[in-house]
Design a protein around this ligand. Structure first.
Ligand SMILES: [Zn+2]
Length: 349
């Protein structure tokens, strides 16, 4: 394993960030290569936990001559967001310097040419330098996994529609009940930017690019880390990156693979305290009460019911119980385009 620390200068004198990059050398130049990063949103640690389990297994595979394809791992992909606290609260999603989401506004290239990525130079703000650096590190990999998490929920994936269902092995390895595919833009998220340079070349069976949502933000611990790390390992074995005949092969995918426009984003109609009547995994019918908003405690006439627009399965739920008007409450995956779907862009801001 080769460990490199890339220094990203901060936007004022005296400040800098360290990005640790781990490289594992494969023995077969024809084998698929992989790139994994975690915590692009600085406080989303289930992916970091999974990598904590995976990395020793990659070291062993390399040492024992079982690593066929080369692998690059960036365990903390966002040292800027990792260090953003405000009054004891971790704020890892948006860069304090400009309020841009760390997983938006990546450069969209029409070919995998690192010379087109010119932001990792002096004079460019640290968030843009970080984004260009991560893109360069991942540009040539056949398998690109960006490990995130949701608020509360199971493992699930986002990926370009061109890669579905060829990438169902990843979903199966991670026990995902759902895969959400996107066509066109997602506001230049990392996965869109990792896929776009390879769009013209086709050969999609060989390629996997996914945003991997590893359960909820509080699902960080030894047991979930072991399960997710093992799932990632078995996926890499199944793809021929690692030789290992000892583990169970990845089984068939039994969940739902649907366009992300099939997701109903249930939003708060008013601000207040929320009572949920459903949680992740629950099946709902059209019109079913899924939550109540309580703006004036004790005033039963003021309670605002929130109902599902269409039948489906609850995928995720927000952690907060004090919500503002318009806040996302639930994602419900239906069997058809959601009546509330918007045209294009990411599901969340
Ligand atoms: Zn995220």
């Amino acid at each position: 394993m080769d460990k490199t620390i890339i220094t990203i200068p901060g936007d004022l004198p005296g400040l800098s960030y360290s990005l640790t990059v781990l490289r594992f050398s494969g023995s077969d130049p024809a084998a698929p290569t992989a790139y994994l990063q975690a915590a692009l949103h600085g406080n989303e640690l289930p992916g970091v936990a999974a990598l904590h389990v995976l990395i020793p297994r990659l070291k062993a595979a390399e040492a024992e001559g079982r690593l066929r394809g080369s692998i690059t791992v960036v365990p903390f992909a966002n040292p800027i967001g990792l260090n953003q606290f405000q009054w004891d609260d971790h704020q890892g999603r948006f860069f304090y310097g400009n309020r841009v989401n760390f997983n938006r506004a990546f450069a969209l290239l029409d070919r995998p040419d690192p010379a087109l990525l010119t932001d990792d130079v002096d004079g460019v703000s640290c968030d843009r330098r970080l984004k260009a650096t991560l893109q360069k590190l991942s540009l040539d990999a056949d398998l690109v996994l960006d490990l995130h998490c949701d608020n509360e929920g199971p493992n699930y994936l986002y990926m370009p529609s061109e890669l579905w269902p060829h990438s169902a092995d990843l979903a199966a390895a991670l026990d995902c009940p759902a895969v959400l595919t996107f066509e066109g833009g997602t506001d230049a998220s990392f996965d869109e930017a990792a896929f776009r340079p390879h769009l013209a070349a086709g050969n999609f069976e060989k390629r996997v690019v996914a945003t991997v949502e590893l359960k909820g933000i509080h699902d960080v611990g030894p047991e979930t880390a072991r399960r997710d790390g093992d799932g990632l390992y078995r996926f890499l074995v199944g793809r021929g990156v690692i030789d290992d005949a000892t583990g169970a092969p990845v089984g068939p995918f039994t969940g739902k693979g649907v366009p992300q426009s099939y997701v109903e984003m249930v939003r708060a109609p008013v601000g207040g305290m929320v009572f949920f009547h459903v949680g992740p995994g629950d099946t709902v019918t059209a019109g079913q009460l899924v939550a109540e908003l309580i703006p004036a405690p004790g005033d039963l006439d003021a309670v605002v019911p929130v109902r599902a627009a269409a039948p489906g399965v609850v995928l995720t739920r927000v952690l907060a119980r004090a919500v503002r008007i318009g806040d996302d409450l639930l994602k419900i995956v239906g069997d058809h385009r959601s009546p509330t779907a918007k045209d294009g862009g990411a599901l969340e801001s």
